[in-house]
Design a protein around this ligand. Structure first.
Ligand SMILES: [Zn+2]
Length: 577
């Protein structure tokens, strides 16, 4: 048995997924609300006998490994390792190859995090760091929850601590904890409050160190990028926020780590930060796994406004519903909370992006002055021009009109001319759900229907022989079927499954789950119709492409003045028609 099979055999998928999503029995399968897209009625299915899941809403699906990969944002080897740990399975060397090094770096960072925590808790220097944090309004529980620690001023503290545990300087350097000064290793972080940065699993992958007094330079020092820490792929606080994001259906993105920490302390837990970097597409994509609504609450300065616009564009590409929290006079969420503001209420009152543009422009320009009104009009018209929805556009033009005292008619004329032309979010949805009925899709459906109702194979097998397969998967199923198929009565699904290569089994089971759910009440006659329809569509496609090939070849032959070939091709073409 392979590692994967061994692990799968130890897990019951219904129980496993049931811990993430409430599941209800529906026929032979279980049904629930999809954890990967937001929906009101359940289209997420789990099959206990196939040990396969599939969502009919977002088309995600697979086995337990795929579920863990999607849910926790892990690579295949990481998901395998996680499940191996859970089930007490020892992985063979082949499977672990790439992750040993990562595991080692993770355990070094974990040791260091524990050490920094200990220093904060139980040393004179740590006391100073604690005082600083308490001064900034943090409670001891919060400090513990975020595992905040302290790096002593002695520049060899972590080095010596880790050395005693048998870790060499090169490994510490690889983990980003130690730097080489000439030939001598030295702590990277010293005399700093240490904030561990964790991955979505809560494993420490890096640190941010902040100076205690504001004299030190730089104020914030981050771990370098390592094999386990890619700045643009980590969201600070995600491991503590993901559950709440899923529950509430929206995520809050803030700028600083302190904003995340204060927010948690104030009981608002669905908050993360892209600390130390501009928010990347990868980070938004990660958030999208947990919620499809996003509230932006970046700092209320120019950089924050620019970042808000940029993230809006990125998140729109992922079809997220985006709002912006207006912080009033506070410069960031942390100071809003410290000043006693009602943070949850601020989030509840978050406004659509266009309202945010208005509020920023009103702050920026003096509408009492003509010049101010002109500048404000110009700036807002540029963004209103990009609104596609006519009702929405009308609404904002009226709003602008009353703000600057210019007739709506004149503003309409202004937006009729293209002020700026750039691709804008909102036009990018065309490929969503687009051409689902590709030849590959048709072939897979046909073969899956054959497995589901073997009577159909009499119809499918002879026709499928002539197919030029577009889907490797469908072709594999076909080969497996014909290798053991004699008649529908003697058809044995297990026999066919055994002929399939391991890596295709999951995909075939998922296909089966899909057709079973889609066609459970259909009669064999109705299904035969469906298969005929699909085969017809495939045939039409192949005729069309054959015709195109011939037309091209005819043109070639004409050019080359090749009479014989031309005649031959013309004959073939007339046979097609
Ligand atoms: Zn889904």
């Amino acid at each position: 048995m392979s590692d994967v099979e061994e692990i799968k055999a130890k897990i019951d998928l219904v129980d496993f997924i049931g811990k993430y999503v409430p599941l209800k029995k529906a026929g032979t399968n279980y049904k629930g609300l999809c954890p990967f897209h937001v929906e009101k009625s359940p289209s997420f299915m789990v099959s206990p006998d196939k040990q396969i899941w599939h969502c009919f809403g977002c088309s995600r699906g697979g086995d337990v490994l795929k579920f863990v990969m999607e849910k926790e944002g892990l690579s295949f080897p990481e998901a395998l390792q996680l499940l191996a740990d859970m089930t007490g399975t020892t992985l063979s060397k082949v499977a672990t190859g790439g992750i040993d090094k990562r595991k080692n770096l993770l355990s070094i960072n974990e040791l260091a995090a524990k050490y920094y925590e200990k220093v904060l808790e139980a040393s004179a220097e740590g006391r100073k760091a604690q005082d600083y944090l308490v001064d900034r309004g943090l409670k001891i529980e919060t400090i513990k929850e975020f595992r905040i620690g302290c790096a002593p001023t002695n520049g060899r503290a972590v080095l010596e601590f880790l050395q005693k545990r048998g870790i060499g300087a090169p490994e510490m350097e690889a983990a980003g904890l130690v730097v080489m000064k000439g030939r001598y290793p030295k702590d990277k972080f010293f005399g700093r409050v240490m904030f561990p940065i964790c991955d979505s699993q809560g494993r420490v992958v890096a640190f941010t160190g902040r100076v205690l007094d504001d004299k030190g330079i730089p104020k914030y020092l981050n771990s370098p990028e390592t094999p386990i820490f890619k700045k643009g792929e980590i969201l600070y606080g995600l491991h503590l926020a993901k559950e709440s994001m899923q529950k509430l259906g929206y995520a809050v993105l803030v700028e600083g780590q302190m904003d995340v920490i204060s927010s948690h302390q104030a009981g608002v837990k669905n908050v993360v930060a892209a600390s130390g970097t501009a928010t990347t597409e990868a980070q938004i994509q990660m958030l999208r796994r947990y919620a499809d609504k996003l509230v932006l609450a970046l700092d209320a300065d120019n950089a924050g406004v620019e970042a808000t616009k940029r993230i809006f564009e990125i998140a729109s590409r992922f079809d997220m519903d985006i709002k912006v929290a207006l912080l009033g006079d506070a410069k960031d969420p942390d100071s809003l909370i410290k000043a006693g503001g009602n943070w949850q209420e601020v989030l509840d009152k978050a406004v659509p992006m266009m309202e945010y543009y208005f509020s920023v422009a009103i702050d920026k320009f003096d509408t009492k002055e003509l010049d101010g009104r002109k500048a404000l009009t110009k700036e807002l018209l540029a963004v209103i021009a990009e609104v596609n929805d006519p009702v929405e556009k009308d609404h904002y033009l009226k709003k602008l009109s009353s703000l600057v005292g210019v007739e709506v008619r004149a503003l309409y004329d202004a937006v009729a001319k293209p002020l700026i032309k750039k691709p804008f979010a909102g036009d990018k949805k065309e490929d969503k759900g687009g051409d689902k009925v590709s030849p590959g899709w048709l072939e897979e459906r046909i073969m899956a229907l054959g497995l589901f109702r073997p009577e159909l194979l009499e119809l499918i097998v002879p026709k499928a022989k002539t197919l030029k397969w577009a889907s490797g998967l469908a072709n594999t199923i076909y080969e497996a079927v014909v290798s053991c198929y004699t008649s529908p009565d003697l058809f044995n699904l297990e026999q066919v499954m055994n002929k399939l290569p391991d890596y295709e089994k999951t995909a075939v089971l998922e296909l089966l789950l899909v057709v079973e759910e889609s066609y459970q009440d259909a009669t064999t006659n109705e299904l035969a119709h469906e298969v005929q329809l699909y085969l017809g569509m495939l045939l039409a496609r192949s005729v069309a492409s054959k015709r195109q090939e011939l037309v091209l070849a005819i043109a070639e032959a004409e050019k080359a003045n090749d009479r014989d070939r031309l005649n031959q091709l013309m004959n073939q073409l007339s046979e097609l028609n």
